[in-house]
Design a protein around this ligand. Structure first.
Ligand SMILES: O=C(O)CCC(=O)C(=O)O
Ligand SMILES: [Fe+2]
Length: 363
């Protein structure tokens, strides 16, 4: 096959791919054999498949269903009510973001989604007692995922061959951002032209992300950052681990950030005919838990002997604020030398992302 422009491939949904499913239970059981076994499976998954599904991770199916019920409950509220919580400060990173308001597409594409993000900060969230104690639930689910994230961080340290205690000490208290996403029903042909997505191709920008999806589908992964997306089929009882930019930078590409997007769900011809070109694709719900290190963690690539650093050093909190501000169209903080340096690194990140978008596909 000759070269084709990446734009032509955008409506195409990838083929299904047999990503490995790793049970996290032996790690949670806490024996050193169990931990080593899980780390070895994760190593194999990341290196041979580029991505991994996790099962038996200590969050029950009932808790996941309750999370989706709560997300639906929030998003069903009138737009005006949700907009009182509009996310407006990158250093807070909590609140509501409406349809199309956030995009990390370097070519200005549109992501058709809305989301509410929760960080256990007493700002821009429903009042205690409102929506059936909604915030109390969000705080406790956030805490549950943060505990899991601590174990996943330790497992990833083992995957990288690092001393777990030293690595966890460097990361400090992890900071989670619970993002409840709603992809509203969209006219089917929306995704067939221009740069329209449910979520544009991107890499997450913390350490790693735990991602839960409902049964609708549409999540796709570009394992090798070459524009060849494969479908990440919803699998009950699992979440996935997306390696994110800080871990890629810190490990000097020892682990690769997961490039992913959400497109139209994969439907049978019969389902497509029933919808018709002007009909609506079904809504989709997913939940991401973005995991960041302490704000003053210095992201300096760990360079192996004989290698060079692949990235400039930056401070994690400044990196996070700069990308959040850029994606949510807020002013990028530039008051300190660390903020200026992070903004430079972020600028480079978007140039690299744009380069992938315009690069012709070969093969
Ligand atoms: O909805 C999904 O499955 C992916 C969400 C995502 O990539 C994100 O919020 O960063
Ligand atoms: Fe993402």
């Amino acid at each position: 096959m000759g070269s084709i422009a990446v734009d032509d491939s955008l409506p195409q949904t990838g083929t299904e791919f047999p990503f490995p499913i790793v049970s996290f239970q032996p790690f949670l059981d806490g024996t050193s054999e169990g931990k080593e076994e899980v780390a070895a499976r994760l190593y194999d998954a990341f290196h041979n498949f580029g991505w991994v599904y996790l099962k038996d991770f200590g969050v029950s199916q009932a808790e996941i269903e309750e999370m989706f019920r709560r997300s639906k409950q929030f998003h069903e509220q009138p737009l005006q009510w949700k907009e009182q919580f509009k996310l407006n400060d990158p250093s807070v990173s909590q609140g509501y973001t409406g349809d199309g308001a956030e995009s990390s597409d370097p070519l200005g594409g549109k992501s058709h989604k809305e989301c509410y993000e929760h960080r256990q900060v007493n700002k821009l969230c429903p009042a205690v007692g409102e929506l059936d104690e909604w915030t109390t639930w969000a705080d406790s689910f956030h805490k549950k995922l943060l505990d899991l994230a601590g174990h996943v961080a330790s497992a990833l340290a083992m995957v990288l061959g690092l001393d777990v205690d030293e690595f966890r000490g460097q990361l400090g208290q992890l900071d989670g951002q619970l993002r409840l996403l709603h992809y509203m029903p969209v006219v089917r042909k929306t995704f067939e032209s221009g740069r329209n997505f449910r979520i544009n191709p991107h890499c997450d920008y913390g350490l790693f992300t735990l991602l839960f999806q409902d049964s609708v589908g549409g999540l796709e992964v570009d394992r090798f950052h070459d524009g060849k997306f494969v479908a990440a089929t919803p699998t009950p009882g699992t979440c996935v681990i997306n390696v994110a930019d800080i871990l890629q930078r810190f490990s000097n590409d020892g682990l690769r950030s997961t490039r992913h997007r959400v497109m139209a769900p994969h439907l049978t011809q019969e389902q497509l005919d029933a919808i018709g070109p002007d009909g609506y694709l079904p809504a989709r719900f997913s939940t991401a838990f973005f995991v960041h290190p302490r704000r003053d963690f210095v992201v300096k690539p760990l360079v192996k002997e004989g290698d060079q650093p692949h990235y400039d050093t930056c401070v994690a909190g400044c990196w996070r604020d700069a990308i959040t501000a850029k994606n949510y169209k807020l002013p990028i903080p530039m008051d300190t030398p660390e903020q200026v340096q992070a903004a430079k690194c972020v600028d480079m990140r978007y140039k690299m992302a744009a380069n992938i978008e315009v690069k012709p596909l070969v093969g």
